[in-house]
Design a protein around this ligand. Structure first.
Ligand code: 5RP
Length: 228
């Protein structure tokens, strides 16, 4: 990652963390940008005595939050979240998102859905006129071949995501398989999201179109942020 991108992510992440208020239940997304939000939340807990509870969207986020001293809770114990902070892989002008590079999109969707405010933190490189990144899809192992055939019928190209320093597929935190599906330019994200999520065996895909009403996108740059 270049220095510019690191600073941009940090500026976006820190700004979002400063929106969190005392007593909030905070959805903690997954990824490098949210990591900066957690770093700033940790600072605020130590310096201001900020009192919050985080709900992590992945094992990785839970481990990081614990190491930063952020108290955690669960969605079962706190089904209403005040503010969720999460990253994205692409954001279009209508606030449609592609998420799931970290294979955490299912829990991220649950947390976004339960949140009153959904703060998306990105660097400017994530903004696009039209979504076209690969669409991550989490599928139960039983339905893997079925999913790949359905994606092909829909004009997409499905590739099982391979582990790094682990042979074979990426197994998600939910015990499922992550499949990256390439559709090229996505003309109708809402329709594609619905079609993929309706394939039997799919847990959740990485297209998020349903949170427009409550999304605030914070775009970090080298010197600060812009709010969309
Ligand atoms: C994980 C995600 C991430 O939020 C998304 O990939 C952005 O990550 P980063 O902030 O590292 O660029 O969806 O499943």
């Amino acid at each position: 990652m270049s220095g510019d991108v690191v600073n941009s992510k940090k500026n976006a992440g820190y700004y979002a963390a400063d929106l969190v208020m005392d007593g909030n239940i905070v959805g903690l997304g997954t990824g490098s940008t949210v990591f900066y939000s957690m770093e700033r939340l940790s600072e605020r807990i130590k310096s201001e005595g900020l009192c919050i509870k985080g709900i992590p969207t992945s094992i990785q986020t839970a481990i990081r939050a614990r190491s930063l001293g952020i108290p955690l809770t669960t969605l079962d114990d706190n089904p209403k979240i005040d503010i969720a902070i999460d990253g994205a892989d692409e954001v279009d002008p209508d606030f449609n998102l592609i998420k799931g590079r970290g294979a955490a999109q299912t829990r991220e969707r649950c947390v976004a859905d339960s949140a009153e405010k959904f703060i998306v933190v990105v660097d400017a490189g994530k903004l696009t006129r039209k979504l076209s990144a690969v669409v991550p899809v989490e599928v139960i192992p039983f339905a893997l071949t079925h999913l790949c055939e359905k994606i092909s019928d829909m004009g997409g190209l499905a590739a099982v995501r391979e582990g790094v320093r682990k042979d074979g597929p990426v197994i998600t935190d939910n015990g499922c398989i992550e499949v990256d599906c390439d559709f090229g330019d996505i003309d109708d994200p809402e329709c594609l999201e619905m079609k993929i999520n309706n394939i039997p065996g799919v847990v959740s895909c990485g297209i998020f179109t349903e949170f427009k009403e409550k999304i605030v996108v914070i775009v970090g740059n080298e010197s600060g942020i812009e709010i969309l």
